[in-house]
Write a protein that binds this ligand. Structure first.
Ligand code: ZN
Length: 391
């Protein structure tokens, strides 16, 4: 079962207005709309940039369904869409985003809609945690237990509650905090005790315009956290950049702790320095311990202007081997380890019950997050129901 451990389905209105204004992405601005229309006319119909621009107008649910279409083209079984909480983004002055509760509810409804349509788990959502949000601990833990904002915020699913829930947590320090912020510790404790995965942006880069905040994502802060929560299941996403000073820190944490991972999501290095990049990935896949902690991810749809779900995978399976100035070949076993085995362990999936034959997942298993969260493939329930660049 192939798993993309890093993607997004949030809509553009979840992003601070200041960002949208600065990068000509305010779909309510007539000038911006005119530019988008012009690009649609100029660009070839099947261009990646055109497909990316088309996503700017879509709802969370529409984006989710678009993602699964691309997953099918790529042969991907499951993806883990990561929410973003950008309301307190210091770099863009925060605010002016869709309400976090509404985003969470729409995410769950979109996931339910997709999973119901396909009769099995296709999407496995993570909720964002920003320590600057009042009541973040209760909000996140409630959401992980299956009650979206139950008892904390009055927002409910339109059909009176949902069986689906969030299955992991997304941490994006570049919003203006460090991972060792003590306000997040109760969440870390809960996640460690429950085997719930956390994905953290771990690259000295990311959303354009936030250069002054990239350093907050340094893996050294996770060293402090892991000292207190050594069993935490943690993905230090992006693995920074090939040869950077952050990479040995990430590798050291992987070697020292049993549940620390990294992922290969949104890496333009594969296009610009393919030989260096793929050699590094190959080396990781042949280094004891590290070979078992490299997750596959694409960061869809942040890089949708460069690649599709299918072409991102092809960089590993085909292009890396064929490009004359690269010539790095991955074995089937290496590809499988990265795209299938690790992701399954990371998300704590149930291979038997989560497969194509599954209609509903019964019962409870200790430390199985989808059991405690009551997953997804309900044949009843709520009906279904807009950003670029967070990496
Ligand atoms: Zn991302």
């Amino acid at each position: 079962m192939k798993i993309n451990c890093h993607c997004h389905i949030f809509s553009l209105d979840c992003v601070p207005l200041e960002f949208r204004k600065r990068f000509v992405l305010d779909v309510k601005n007539s000038v911006h709309r005119f530019i988008h229309r012009l690009l649609r006319i100029i660009l070839p119909n099947d261009s990646n940039l055109q497909a990316w621009i088309d996503l700017l107008d879509l709802s969370i649910s529409e984006i989710a369904h678009r993602l699964v279409q691309e997953m099918d083209e790529a042969g991907m079984d499951i993806s883990t869409p990561l929410m973003m909480d950008m309301e307190f983004c210091k770099g863009f002055g925060g605010g002016a985003t869709k309400s976090f509760q509404v985003q969470a509810n729409e995410t769950i409804e979109a996931v339910e809609s997709v999973n119901r349509k396909y009769g099995r788990t296709r999407l496995y959502p993570f909720i964002a945690a920003d320590p600057n949000r009042e009541g973040v601990v209760d909000i996140v833990i409630d959401a992980l237990k299956g009650g979206v904002f139950k008892g904390v915020h009055p927002v409910k699913s339109p059909k009176g509650g949902s069986q689906a829930a969030f299955h992991g947590v997304k941490i994006y320090p570049v919003m203006g905090f460090t991972p060792d912020d003590k306000r997040l510790y109760p969440i870390y404790e809960y996640c460690m005790d429950s085997g719930i995965p956390i994905t953290a942006h771990c690259e000295n880069g990311g959303i354009p315009g936030l250069d002054d905040y990239y350093h907050l994502a340094h893996p050294k802060y996770w060293g402090i956290v892991l000292n207190d929560f050594p069993g935490l299941k943690l993905n230090l996403a992006h693995n920074d950049r090939t040869g950077s000073p952050w990479q040995p820190v990430i590798a050291d944490l992987i070697m020292r702790y049993p549940n620390v991972y990294t992922d290969c999501s949104y890496d333009t290095e594969m296009m610009f320095i393919p030989r260096k990049y793929f050699r590094s990935i190959k080396q990781m896949l042949n280094t004891p311990k590290i070979q078992d902690r490299l997750l596959y991810g694409t960061d869809w749809y942040m890089g949708r202007c460069f690649w599709t779900e299918k072409s991102y995978l092809k960089w590993f399976t085909t292009y890396s081997r064929r490009i004359p100035w690269c010539r790095v070949e991955f074995t089937g076993e290496e590809i499988k380890r990265m795209t299938e085995d690790q992701g399954e362990i990371y998300r704590g999936g149930d291979k038997e019950n989560d497969g194509r034959q599954s209609r509903e997942i019964p019962g409870v298993q200790l430390k199985n997050i989808e059991m405690r969260a009551g997953i997804v493939v309900s044949t009843q329930g709520a009906g279904s129901r807009k950003l670029p660049f967070p990496k």
